[in-house]
Design a protein around this ligand. Structure first.
Ligand SMILES: Cc1cc2nc3c(=O)[nH]c(=O)nc-3n(C[C@H](O)[C@H](O)[C@H](O)COP(=O)(O)OP(=O)(O)OC[C@H]3O[C@@H](n4cnc5c(N)ncnc54)[C@H](O)[C@@H]3O)c2cc1C
Length: 491
C-alpha cells in the first residue's frame, strides 16, 4: 500500500483541503441512502457532481480542479495506490521512480504543480561523455552532437530538419485536420525514414528514438502519429534531449509525490482498489459500477488510457469513432530498470551515464543518482522488450547488467540492488509510456481522443493538447476536462 504521509504546508492548500472537506460533507448529505439499491441492482454508494475514473496525475488533477470550484467528486482507482504510470518505490534500501520521471524545460504545468507542493526539480547529471551504440559501432562524444562521420551527420540532420518541419505543419492539436492527413497516416515512420535518408545510421537512429520515446519500432507507427507527437513536444531535439530537452530534470524524491499530495488533499474522495466495471449513462446522469458498489454522478471523467476503456462495459455501448479508436490504440511495449550502486563509477570514468543503443535489450540509459545515492536507469522498449519479456527473471537481470558492463565496465556487474517494472504486462496500463497508433488510426479517429460523449468526458495524457504521453500532458488533460465540466455544471 502506498504511504500518504505529507502534511499540508501553505495557506492555499489548507483552503483547498477545507473546501474539499466541505464539499465532501455536502456530497455525503446528498447520498440517497448508504445502502439504497441503484437502478442497476448494485449497492448505491454515493452521489456526486463528477465521478473520476483513474487516480493517475490526470484524474487527480481533474478532481482537484473541480473541488477547488466547490464541486463534489469521487475518484475511483483500480490499484491499491494512486499515481498510475508514476510509481516511486523501493529499490533495495532506497526509493526511485519506476515509471514517469523526467521533466523538461517547457513542461510548465508539471513544473507549476511541483513548485506549488514545494518539491525540488533537479537537473540530471549529464556534463560528461555520452555513448551511442548503433550496430557494432560505438561512438563517444561530449555536448549534444554525436561524433558521426560528416556524411552521417548531414543525413541525420536532413531527416531531423525534415521531420521537425512536418511536425510544425501537422501541429499539436488537430493532426487529423491537415489536408494530407490520410496520406501521412498511410505510411509508417520506417517507410518515411527510408525514403528520406541515405545512411543506415539515420535509420538506426530512428529505431533508438522510437523505442526510447514510445516503446515501439518505427514500422509500427504512422508518420502522422509521430509528427503529431513531435509537435506536442516542440521538436525532435526537445523530445530526445537530455540537458535542455524532455530528459532535463527530475523531481527529487520521485514523481509519484504529486499524486500522493493531490490524493492527500482530496482525502476520502479517493477510493482505492475499486476497479470500475461498468458505466451507465443517459441524459439524466451516469452510474458507475465498481466491485464495491455504484456511484451516481452528473458527469464522469474517464482518466485512463484509451485501450483500458475496452475492459469496461458502457451502457449504452460506445459505438462509432470512440470505440474504433479504443480498439486500435495499443500502448508501447515499455519496461524500466533501476540499478543502485555504492559509488557512481561511470562518472569516475568520465561518462554521463546516458546511452542510446540498438544492441539491446536496454535502448536508453541515464544517470539516476539522487539524494538517495548513485544509480543508473534504463529503458527496454519496442521489439527488444518483446524478446526480453520472455526470459526468466534472472536472465532478464543478467541481460540488463551486461549492457551496463559493456558501456561502463565490469563494476556495473556489482549492483547494490536491481529492480525492473515491465509496464507492458501491467494489468491497469497495458504498456507505456503512452499510445502508439499504427497507420490509419489518427487521421480517422483522432478527434475522438477528446470529444465528450454525452456525459462522458475524456482525460488522461492521451487527451492532451500539449505534451501528450508525458506527465505534463496528463496534468493538462486533467485541467482541460475539469474546465469543460465546470462550464457544463454552471449552465
Ligand atoms: C516506464 C515509464 C516511463 C515514463 N517516463 C516518463 C518521463 O520520464 N516523463 C514523463 O513526463 N512521462 C513519462 N512517462 C509517461 C507518464 O508516466 C504518463 O504520461 C502519465 O503518468 C500518465 O498519467 P495519466 O493520469 O494520464 O494515466 P495513468 O497514470 O495511467 O492513470 C490512470 C489510472 O487509472 C487506473 N485505472 C485503469 N483502469 C481502471 C478502471 N477500470 N477502474 C479504475 N481505475 C482504473 C490505473 O490504475 C491508473 O492509476 C513514463 C511512463 C512509463 C510507463
Amino acid at each position: 500500500m502506498t504511504k500518504r504521509n505529507d502534511a499540508p504546508s501553505n495557506p492555499d492548500r489548507r483552503k483547498l483541503i477545507t473546501s474539499a472537506a466541505a464539499v465532501l460533507s455536502v456530497a455525503a448529505l446528498q447520498t440517497p441512502t448508504a445502502e439504497a439499491k441503484s437502478k442497476s441492482g448494485g449497492t448505491q454508494t454515493g452521489s456526486v457532481d463528477v465521478i473520476v475514473v483513474g487516480a493517475g496525475l490526470s484524474g487527480l488533477t481533474s478532481a482537484r480542479e473541480l473541488v477547488k470550484k466547490g464541486k463534489s467528486v469521487v475518484v475511483l482507482e483500480a490499484r491499491d495506490r494512486v499515481g498510475g504510470r508514476t510509481w516511486t518505490t523501493a529499490v533495495g534500501a532506497r526509493r526511485y521512480d519506476l515509471g514517469g520521471q523526467f521533466v523538461g524545460p517547457t513542461q510548465d504545468r508539471i513544473r507549476a504543480m511541483a513548485k506549488e507542493f514545494g518539491l525540488e526539480i533537479k537537473p540530471v547529471f549529464s556534463d560528461a561523455k555520452h555513448i551511442w551504440e548503433l550496430g557494432d559501432e560505438r561512438v563517444e562524444f561530449e555536448g549534444s552532437v554525436p561524433a558521426l562521420s560528416l556524411l552521417q551527420k548531414l543525413d541525420l540532420g536532413h531527416i531531423i530538419n525534415k521531420m521537425n518541419a512536418l511536425a510544425k505543419r501537422v501541429g499539436p492539436t488537430t493532426p487529423w485536420a491537415v489536408s494530407d492527413a490520410a496520406e501521412l497516416d498511410a505510411i509508417t515512420l520506417a517507410q518515411w525514414v527510408k525514403e528520406n535518408s541515405y545512411k543506415k545510421s539515420s535509420r538506426d537512429f530512428a529505431k533508438v528514438m522510437t523505442r526510447a520515446v514510445l516503446g515501439v519500432d518505427p514500422d509500427e507507427i504512422s508518420v502522422l502519429l509521430w509528427s503529431y507527437y513531435v509537435a506536442q513536444g516542440d521538436n525532435i531535439e526537445m523530445l530526445i534531449g537530455g540537458r535542455g530537452g524532455a530528459q532535463d530534470s527530475v523531481i527529487e524524491g520521485g514523481s509519484q509525490q504529486l499524486s500522493l499530495r493531490m490524493a492527500k488533499d482530496l482525502g476520502a474522495a479517493v477510493k482505492l482498489s475499486q476497479p470500475v466495471r461498468r458505466v451507465m449513462h443517459d441524459a439524466a446522469g451516469v452510474t458507475v459500477e465498481t466491485d464495491h458498489g455504484n456511484w451516481r454522478g452528473r458527469y464522469v471523467v474517464m482518466a485512463i488510457p484509451p485501450a483500458m476503456n475496452t475492459a469496461i462495459t458502457f451502457t449504452p455501448s460506445l459505438t462509432g469513432d470512440r470505440r474504433d479508436l479504443e480498439t486500435r490504440a495499443p500502448m508501447g511495449r515499455y519496461a524500466k530498470v533501476v540499478i543502485t550502486y555504492e559509488k557512481p563509477f561511470w562518472r569516475e570514468l568520465g561518462y554521463a551515464g546516458d546511452v542510446g543503443s540498438l544492441r539491446g535489450p536496454v535502448v536508453a540509459s541515464y544517470d539516476d543518482s539522487s539524494n538517495e545515492g548513485p544509480a543508473l536507469l534504463g529503458f527496454v522498449g519496442g521489439d527488444d522488450e518483446r524478446l526480453w519479456r520472455k526470459l526468466s527473471a534472472p536472465a532478464r537481470k543478467a541481460a540488463v547488467l551486461e549492457c551496463f558492463a559493456r558501456w561502463f565496465g565490469s563494476e556495473a556487474l556489482k549492483p547494490l540492488a536491481y529492480e525492473e517494472k515491465d509496464w507492458t504486462v501491467d494489468e491497469w496500463t497495458f504498456g507505456g509510456p503512452t499510445i502508439a497508433l499504427p497507420p490509419g488510426v489518427l487521421s480517422r479517429y483522432g478527434a475522438a481522443l477528446r470529444q465528450p460523449i454525452g456525459r462522458i468526458h475524456w482525460a488522461g495524457t492521451e487527451a492532451a493538447q500539449r505534451w501528450t504521453g508525458y506527465m505534463d500532458g496528463a496534468i493538462r488533460a486533467g485541467e482541460q476536462a475539469a474546465a469543460d465540466l465546470l462550464t457544463r455544471l454552471t449552465k
